[in-house]
Ligand binder design. Structure first.
Ligand code: DGL
Length: 263
């Protein structure tokens, strides 16, 4: 497939979390057309096996590729953990994820907690990358499987979420300098996480570093768009109205239209 600079950027996630990444991409690259797919029919990815998530990711990425995307952003840490390498090898367009940009933000000698889904933690991808970028850091990986359903029900910043966060994270108190939000849903629980860990702990989100990387890749390949009015297209594999309703808190803006993508 031949791509030129007006072709869209493709972004996908298991559902809504990737919209927190799209928000940063749209902010940094306001001239880019973007196609977003949320695989809401098969969410969550975070509790599923590596093989299943790989299969789902290949399928969604292929749809974006066939829609003519010039760059693919895997805006789901779980999908990145299990499919980024395969996607980079299979597709003839650049593919970037959220994990490497996030891991690169960790300074050496930091004591850092990595908070993510069970699948992401089990894959060890964050642990390995942080170890290679910041070899003298101390890493505390913590799977937080109840965070995604809480956030999707709009409970991210509630007392119930605080109690669950406390049971996952209280043992980290006093041991860490930073916590990396290794799931694209977690920005919607940021205040709760901060309250549990204490204000001195620095919370790190990979989304804007991922957007910077997208800009760099498009600049290097001469594929930056120059048009004035970008087009955003949203697709969901389950109920598009629900996608618009839930999606706006992740995207930080009203979502007026989403199409149902039947797999
Ligand atoms: N947003 C996904 C991630 O970044 C997790 C959501 C899910 O479990 O499907 O890992």
């Amino acid at each position: 497939l031949k791509v030129n600079n007006q072709n869209p950027i493709g972004i996908f996630d298991s559902g809504f979390g990737g919209l927190t990444v799209m928000k940063e991409v749209a902010k940094l690259l306001p001239c880019e057309n973007i196609i977003y797919i949320g695989d809401t029919a098969r969410l969550p990815y975070g509790t599923k096996s590596a093989e299943t998530v790989l299969q789902y990711s290949l399928e969604i990425a292929d749809i974006l590729y066939k829609k003519g995307c010039k760059l693919l952003i895997v805006a789901c840490n779980t999908a990145c953990s299990h499919s980024l390498e395969a996607l980079s090898q299979l597709l003839s367009i650049p593919v970037i994820g959220v994990i490497q940009p996030g891991a690169e933000l960790i300074q050496d000698k930091t004591r850092v907690a990595v908070l993510a889904t069970s699948g992401t933690i089990r894959s060890g991808v964050y642990q390995n990358l942080i170890q290679s970028f910041a070899p003298n850091s101390t890493i505390y990986p913590v799977a937080c499987p109840l965070f995604v359903p809480l956030i999707e029900e709009g409970y991210g910043e509630t007392h119930a979420a605080y109690l669950i966060a406390e049971s996952y994270l209280s043992s980290l108190k006093g041991k860490i300098d930073a916590a990396l939000l290794g799931c694209t849903h977690y920005p919607l629980m940021r205040q709760t996480i901060q309250r549990v860990l204490g204000s001195e702990v620095h919370l790190i989100e990979p989304a804007s570093a991922c957007a910077e990387k997208a800009k760099k890749v498009l600049t290097q390949t001469g594929l930056l768009s120059t048009q004035e009015k970008p087009l955003y297209q949203f697709f969901a594999t389950d109920d598009p109205e629900k996608f618009c309703r839930l999606g706006q808190s992740f995207f930080g803006a009203h979502l007026s239209h989403c199409e149902h993508l039947y797999l």
